[in-house]
Ligand binder design. Structure first.
Ligand SMILES: Cc1ncc(COP(=O)(O)O)c(C=O)c1O
Length: 454
């Protein structure tokens, strides 16, 4: 690759044909999900009411490689392979000797990495005769990705959208409607758990944990429907590895290799998808830092506890071992709605606990400063979630400026911020606030953690 070139583009024929599974590379077997009633590991049958068998098999898969079905690859090729971009202008603005690259996942029709798994999930559900998928969404990225995917496979789609975002961010709701989905502001009076929450607090603005409870409840009660989750679970992370696998091919073409890999983490899926394929080399001794970036307002990896917890507020999910702030933790309404989740993917959590990856947290004003710098140099307006990764990349590049090191820094550009302009407006007007939790407030929800050995 010439020094002046920006984009490394693969042809559609070079799109990976298999997903990469990190599980066989881990030094310890993953902690099994536990049934809250029995305290015993759950089996595939326990998950069958809400997930199709094809995805359950991927959830427990031990094979290193999993074939991507042709029908899935054909739809992914509407926008994949995505470009790997050398951020020359950002490097220049920072006056850094570091080389900065980003993998541009914002080129998908819904604007983020989320359809990489939405398309796969819709496919495996359709294969098993499911007629409708039910899900939750925070700021609407995941809901719009699933609406897009369901539409392509002729599935119905029902989305429980966190109420605060439903009212503040109407445009993603319109995207979902355009792709044919039904969207409800959660908590609703359509479900038992929604009604219970509204009885306690009629003004409740919702949270991802509550919306998950509503979606799981609806799916479990409807024989024609299944539930779909946009992050956290092993099969979701698996589907996202197409991102890192493409990036590996692109780095080979560029004749470069990342010293530092960075991704923002809500439930962990874009981070995992980008970095997991690079981890075996690190485990074999290659010097490489892998950094997960989260908001200080919802710091599960940097300040949470590694313990078994529920994935949702109403305790409908199995218990999973993860870094968590407690299933009753309701984070403040930061603009990065997709990072407002109390837990973290078990596989990402395990890698953090084993010291393979590291994590850092930033307040949102510092994050938006980096976002605006990126928009003014590289041109694309990043999603607030993505901007966390940009902030970490900028900080690492500035460290290189101090030390004179010519490191190769790569981050996952998980999505654009075209529907988050109100957040940029608030930052540019100087009215954006940061949230820092005192310990006693942050750790309060940890008192509600279920008691589980392990
Ligand atoms: C653009 C974008 N990036 C990142 C995330 C965080 O999710 P995950 O950690 O699963 O990638 C979201 C979630 O909604 C998102 O919309």
């Amino acid at each position: 690759m010439a020094e002046t070139e920006s984009k490394i583009i693969l042809s559609e024929r070079e799109m990976p044909q298999r997903w990469f599974n990190i599980v066989p590379h881990l030094s310890n077997p993953p902690a099994p999900p536990i049934h809250p009633a029995t305290g015993k590991p759950i089996g595939p049958d326990d998950l069958a009411p809400i997930f199709p068998m094809g995805l359950i098999q991927q959830e427990v898969c031990q094979d290193e490689w999993v074939e991507i079905p042709d029908d899935v690859r054909r739809i992914l090729s509407l926008w994949r392979p995505s470009p790997l971009v050398r951020a020359h202008r950002l490097e220049k603005a920072l006056d850094t000797p570091a080389r900065i690259y980003f993998k541009n996942e914002s080129v998908s029709p819904p604007g983020s990495h989320k359809p990489n798994t939405a398309v796969a999930q819709a496919y495996f559900n359709k294969q098993e005769g499911v007629e409708k998928l039910v899900t939750e969404t925070g700021a609407g990225q995941w809901g719009s990705a699933l609406a897009f995917a369901c539409n392509l496979f002729g599935l119905k789609c029902e989305v429980y959208m966190v109420k605060v975002s439903y009212h503040q961010k109407p445009y993603r709701k319109i995207l979902m409607h355009t792709w044919g989905a039904e969207v409800y502001a959660s908590p609703t009076d359509r479900t038992e758990c929604g009604r219970q929450i509204l009885a306690q607090d009629p003004e409740c603005q919702g949270s991802l944990g509550i919306a998950i409870s509503e979606a799981v409840e609806v799916a479990a009660k409807d024989e024609t429907a299944k539930y779909s989750l946009g992050s956290v679970l092993n099969h979701v992370l698996l589907h996202q590895t197409i991102v890192g696998l493409e990036a590996q091919k692109q780095f080979a073409i560029a004749g470069d290799s990342p010293d530092i890999l960075i991704g923002c983490t809500g439930g962990g899926s874009n981070f995992a998808g980008f970095v997991f394929p690079f981890i075996p080399e690190k485990l074999q001794g290659k010097e490489r830092r892998i950094i997960a970036v989260e908001p200080t307002a919802c710091p599960s990896l940097t300040r949470g506890k590694y313990a078994y917890d529920f994935g949702d507020t109403s305790k409908l999910t199995p218990l999973i071992k993860m870094f968590t702030l407690g299933h009753t933790f309701i984070p403040p309404g930061i603009h990065a709605g997709g990072l407002r989740y109390h837990g973290m993917a078990p596989l990402v959590s395990q890698l953090q606990a084993e010291g393979v990856i590291e994590s850092v947290a930033y307040p949102q004003t510092a994050v938006f400063e980096a976002a605006v710098l990126f928009a003014r140099t590289e041109g694309i307006i990043p999603a607030p979630e993505t901007s966390h990764a940009i902030k970490a990349a900028v900080d690492e590049a500035l460290k290189c400026k101090e030390t004179g090191e010519e490191k190769c820094i790569a981050f996952n550009f998980s999505g654009h911020g075209h529907f988050d302009l109100a957040a940029f407006d608030s930052f540019l007007a100087g009215s954006m606030q940061d949230y820092a939790h005192p310990d006693e407030e942050l750790f309060k929800a940890l008192e509600d953690l279920p008691k589980v050995e392990g």
